[in-house]
Design a protein. Structure first.
Length: 264
């Protein structure tokens, strides 16, 4: 079956999978609410207050920004990445392998493609929820420009779809849950450190800048920073296009590797 035909197997029933995960999420909503509520406060205290006193101003696009203003959009982007990626790796793997939830759903009219699409959309939804909570916190400190800052929420969904799809690809490939340490070490951690999060990428050597520009988090951070600062420009459009293409390329791959894992 061609990849195109597989994607055509996706129906509106994928929302049943999304709704199932939402019901489970609501049962432990307090735990899921507290983390994005207090995590930004810890980051802002450690980096924005403590480290900012030593760093001072950060040059960005011809401007001088306070360090706390510089890292706030990056913290939002990191929240998007972590929530979607970990939901569609560890959580999806547990539902698939240990709880056998996928097997139960495949015994219903749901297609495998419905299940995978529902899982990825749910991962993106978790990113939006966590980002919305964090956005409220950082907005209290006047670190986001409005009304443009509201665009962070659709950006969070797009970034969540991109990173959730990447996570699902790894879920279809890793032989055991312990092996997720490898993509986290080789894929997530380098982006966390060198994706324009805590310092401008132009501080890196030329070869490292080129690698950084190919990483999805770099584009998500730049997009969030543009919106949070109330700026506009073609770079933001390119970032949106990059994230969409990243998702569009990896989504069929996720369907293929998950079909091979669950059926073949």
């Amino acid at each position: 079956m061609s990849t195109f035909l597989k994607t055509r197997n996706i129906s509106r029933r994928f929302m049943r999978v999304w709704n199932r995960n939402l019901v489970v999420y609501r049962k432990i909503w307090l735990v899921n609410f507290l983390v994005p509520l207090f995590e930004p406060l810890l980051y802002l205290a450690a980096f924005g207050v403590g480290l900012s006193a030593f760093i001072g101003q950060v040059p960005y696009n011809g401007k001088q920004l306070s360090y706390i203003l510089y890292i706030t959009p990056a913290l939002l982007a990191i929240t998007v990445m972590y929530n979607a990626f970990f939901e569609n790796t560890y959580a999806s793997f547990v539902r698939m392998y240990y709880q056998k939830t996928f097997d139960a759903m495949m015994a219903t009219p749901l297609s495998l493609e419905d299940i995978i699409a529902g899982e990825i959309v749910w991962g993106a939804t978790k990113s939006v929820i966590a980002t919305a909570i964090m956005l409220v916190v950082v907005s209290i400190f006047g670190l986001v420009h409005y009304p443009g800052g509201l665009l962070i929420l659709p950006i969070a969904f797009l970034g969540g779809m991109a990173f959730g799809t990447a996570g699902m690809v790894f879920t279809g490939l890793v032989p055991s849950i312990d092996m997720f340490n490898l993509p986290i070490f080789l894929f997530i951690t380098p982006m966390f450190l060198f994706g324009g999060t805590f310092f401008p990428t132009n501080a890196l050597p030329g070869w490292a800048q080129r690698i950084s520009s190919a990483l999805p988090l770099t584009h998500l951070v730049g997009l969030c920073r543009t919106v949070c600062l109330g700026e506009t420009g073609t770079d933001a459009l390119w970032a949106v296009l990059y994230l969409f293409v990243f998702f569009a390329v990896l989504f069929p791959v996720a369907l293929i590797v998950m079909r091979r894992r669950l059926i073949h």
